[in-house]
Design a protein around this ligand. Structure first.
Ligand SMILES: NC(=O)C1=CN([C@@H]2O[C@H](COP(=O)(O)OP(=O)(O)OC[C@H]3O[C@@H](n4cnc5c(N)ncnc54)[C@H](O)[C@@H]3O)[C@@H](O)[C@H]2O)C=CC1
Ligand SMILES: O=C(O)[C@H]1O[C@H](OP(=O)(O)OP(=O)(O)OC[C@H]2O[C@@H](n3ccc(=O)[nH]c3=O)[C@H](O)[C@@H]2O)[C@H](O)[C@@H](O)[C@@H]1O
Length: 446
């Protein structure tokens, strides 16, 4: 099929490349000419394992091209996929300005029947509103499809080529059939729904996953007080097929461009129809507070006096295998530290320049590798579980730090790693793992 994908962020680029990989002819469009130039020169504007190789192969095979010419691309295609950003407004609502603009541009470029599918995450009712917007500008017939995306950054190709399910929201049977045919090589688990339900499935899925994370983080916080180990608790829970083992890793809370944005947007969507989503409000609140446990642990160790201390930070991306720092918990943690007179030394294997662009280069010492970062620091905080960090020899690390203090925000290290070291070690919800920490568990009263 001939497909145009509009927007070359994570979603647009990965789905465009994967549709080409499946044998379709794909044109990826972006209004950012810098991104298109990079793509045409064989580069990739995001860090995503395996994407560059697959994009290059399909581009050289003539199945994939990149352009800023939206109308030219639309005219050559039967299916238009919208994958532009829907970032949050200060109110928490999704900013639909980009998608509205793209829909207008598509309508103005129409030259015959097309399917217009929205992969961007949009509030319930948006597809209908976009269709109205387009119908006011074109007499050509088109069908709207809600095509929510469930890929994760860092494993985006695997998630796209082997999805758990594909959701197609449609009000036209023939358009639903065409989209089913397009996705058939990927999975048999194709769910066709009405458009509003498809839009809701996306928000409900992200909100549920965020709920799992905040739930296990609260369990971890209680574990720290009652002397249980959250990793054992999560394992024991996860064998129950009704619960499942994934998304039960306690840590510093979720970040990224989607969970924080989509949970807030769903609260707003509910609010617009006079429903207070109390559970989701708490999920957001718990998540917001969880990152400050790192600071609270530092304060406990330094008896409230952080000013003048040097703290090393390992990891700036919101998760490993991505250079994305949007809503990364590291931002607020570092902000709090520098605001309170702490000298911060930071390192991330791939996300450093994106972090600097967002946070500014001043006020932090940027380092070249994990050990250089830890040099003469009073404490080290691990915020992203990159493989590079888990492979570090803690015996060696101990010798470069001024004081062997390690706050492991992602439960990366185990007892074996710590054996023979003198680390003051705190992790998340694993009080029995705490080393060198004077902490007496209370006698539990019933
Ligand atoms: N990042 C992710 O992992 C996932 C994102 N989503 C959703 O997918 C959507 C896109 O997200 P990202 O890929 O992260 O977006 P992004 O913000 O990284 O990229 C969007 C791209 O669209 C381009 N764009 C905006 N308006 C345009 C126009 N009129 N014409 C051509 N290009 C235009 C921008 O220049 C930008 O390059 C969002 O709604 C997001 O919530 C859904 C699942 C996963
Ligand atoms: O809508 C989206 O954009 C995407 O959002 C998430 O994908 P992503 O944000 O790329 O990454 P995740 O792997 O879900 O991690 C999100 C955050 O949760 C944290 N997390 C995840 C899992 C866990 O057990 N514990 C935990 O703290 C991660 O560290 C990270 O900060 C969803 O997993 C995707 O299905 C969805 O398509």
């Amino acid at each position: 099929m001939n497909i145009t994908v509009i927007g070359t962020g994570y979603v647009g680029l990965v789905s465009g490349v994967c549709f080409a990989e499946l044998g379709n002819r794909v044109i990826c469009v972006d209004k950012d000419s810098g991104k298109i130039d990079t793509l045409n020169a064989g580069g990739i504007p995001i860090y995503e394992p395996g994407l560059k190789e697959m994009a290059t192969a399909n581009r050289l095979a003539g199945k994939l091209s990149f352009t800023t010419d939206l109308s030219g691309a639309v005219r050559q295609s039967d299916i238009i996929i919208l994958a532009v950003g829907t970032p949050p407004l200060p109110s928490g609502e999704a900013n639909l300005a980009y998608i509205d603009q793209a829909a207008i541009e598509i309508a103005d470029a129409m030259n015959g029947y097309k399917i217009v599918a929205v992969k961007s995450t949009v509030p319930v009712g948006t597809n209908e509103r976009l269709a109205t917007l387009m119908r006011a500008r074109t007499n050509y017939r088109f069908d709207s499809i809600s095509l929510p995306e469930f890929l994760r950054e860092g494993s985006a190709i695997q998630d796209t080529l082997h999805p758990d399910r594909i959701v197609i929201g449609a009000d036209s049977q023939s358009a639903a059939d065409t989209m089913t045919l397009l996705h058939k090589p990927l999975t048999h688990q194709i769910v066709v729904t009405d458009i509003r339900s498809a839009e809701m499935i996306k928000y409900a899925s992200n909100a549920f996953l965020a709920t799992k994370i905040s739930f296990i983080n609260e369990i971890a916080n209680i574990c720290e007080k009652v002397g249980a180990d959250v990793t054992q608790v999560a394992e024991g829970m996860g064998y129950d097929r009704r619960i499942g083992p994934s998304f039960l890793n306690a840590g510093i809370g979720y970040g990224g461009s989607c969970f924080p944005k989509d949970t807030r947007a769903l609260i707003q969507i509910a609010g617009h129809v006079d429903y207070e989503f109390k559970l989701l409000r708490s999920v957001v609140e718990v998540n917001q507070d969880q990152r400050f446990n790192v600071i609270r642990k530092l304060e406990t160790i330094f008896e409230g006096e952080l000013r003048g201390k040097t703290v090393a930070i390992w990891g700036l991306a919101f998760k490993p295998n991505t250079d994305d720092v949007r809503d990364s918990p590291a931002i607020e943690i570092i902000q709090h530290l520098v605001d309170n007179g702490v000298k911060v030394r930071a390192y991330d294997p791939v996300a450093m320049s994106n972090f600097q662009a967002l946070f500014g280069k001043a006020r932090v010492t940027w380092c070249e590798n994990p050990l250089d970062t830890a040099q003469d620091a009073d404490a080290l905080c691990l915020l992203t579980e990159w493989d590079e960090f888990s492979k570090i020899d803690l015996g060696r690390l101990q010798t470069v730090l001024k004081r062997p203090i390690l706050i492991d925000g992602r439960n990366v290290f185990n007892e074996e790693n710590l054996l023979g070291t003198e680390f003051v070690y705190y992790s998340v919800g694993r009080p029995s793992m705490n080393q060198g920490v004077k902490q007496k568990m209370p006698v539990l009263q019933f």
